[in-house]
Design a protein around this ligand. Structure first.
Ligand code: DGL
Length: 274
């Protein structure tokens, strides 16, 4: 890339690839760098301070690669680290850089997907305990009742490619039952973790057919397209050669093999280790 100014996409591991897939599909002209912190994933059960430190390190690494705009394609990082990065780190150290998350764009549109005004939110312990979705959805749709369910076993199952095995059924059923037990009125279930779309085949079999199971890829891609339209000062600085580069803090060979399941196609450019 000549003078690269790619868009950075970050997740604790593979999950952000489900969002990156939609972003790259909708905005193919830009350059992108994806970073998965697989060596330290999952983030979901870590303390606030740890998630913040890990996320900031990864964001700063993406900045060092020329990214002026970074998307946290991870609900846990968006819930636990985004606000501090936006309010403390960017103004003092990187006033020209921008970091966006996935929670606000989702909260802004969730009212379009429920008729009963009862939404289920399934996420990591970190996301659920942060109560970010309760707070953000209230701002845009005060009439919506949000029912949360933490699903701590799902990311480990998915990261280890065990999620579609029969052994995963127990944990899929357990968390879905716990959510539906909270209210019979839930008609929309938000998969508030970017790993969870990989469980869609199993989740569709568990929830009633009329329940809307909402994933975030398209929502975040639409929101980014809209953001770039509203911020020409950021958009004009982005490089456009359509290149995608993939980095992991884990094993690049394993990442390369596993990532295509999340991304929907083989990673043509290969994967590098950081
Ligand atoms: N994809 C991350 C999310 O959206 C998974 C978090 C984790 O590593 O536990 O929350």
């Amino acid at each position: 890339m000549q003078n690269p100014s790619p868009i950075g996409i970050f997740d604790s591991g593979y999950g952000g690839l489900t969002v990156f897939r939609s972003i790259a599909g909708q905005l193919p002209a830009y350059d992108y760098i994806y970073l998965g912190d697989n060596a330290r994933s999952p983030y979901g059960d870590h303390a606030f301070e740890t998630i913040y430190q890990y996320t900031l390190e990864c964001v700063e690494w993406l900045f060092s690669k020329g990214c002026s705009l970074v998307i946290l394609a991870c609900n846990t990082a968006s819930a636990k680290a985004l606000r501090t990065i936006q309010q403390k780190d960017l103004p003092s150290k990187y006033p020209d850089k921008r970091v966006l998350g996935v929670i606000r764009p989702t909260a802004e549109v969730i009212g379009n997907f429920t008729l009963t005004n009862n939404v289920g939110v399934m996420g990591t312990r970190g996301t659920v305990n942060s109560e970010s979705y309760l707070l953000e959805i209230k701002k845009f749709f005060p009439e919506i009742e949000v029912h949360q369910q933490a699903c701590p076993m799902w990311v480990p199952l998915i990261e280890n490619n065990e999620h579609l095995q029969a052994g995963a059924d127990f944990f899929v059923q357990e968390y879905c039952n716990a959510l539906t037990a909270q209210s019979a009125a839930i008609d929309c279930v938000l998969l508030a973790c970017t790993h969870y779309p990989l469980l869609l085949p199993k989740l569709k079999a568990v929830f009633p057919t009329e329940t809307r199971i909402l994933t975030q890829g398209e929502i975040v891609a639409n929101s980014l397209a809209n953001y770039l339209e509203r911020h020409p000062e950021i958009e004009s600085g982005l490089s456009r050669t359509g290149e995608k580069a993939f980095f992991t803090s884990g094993d690049p060979k394993a990442f390369d093999e596993h990532a295509s399941i999340f991304f929907g196609e083989a990673l043509k450019s290969g994967v590098a280790h950081i």
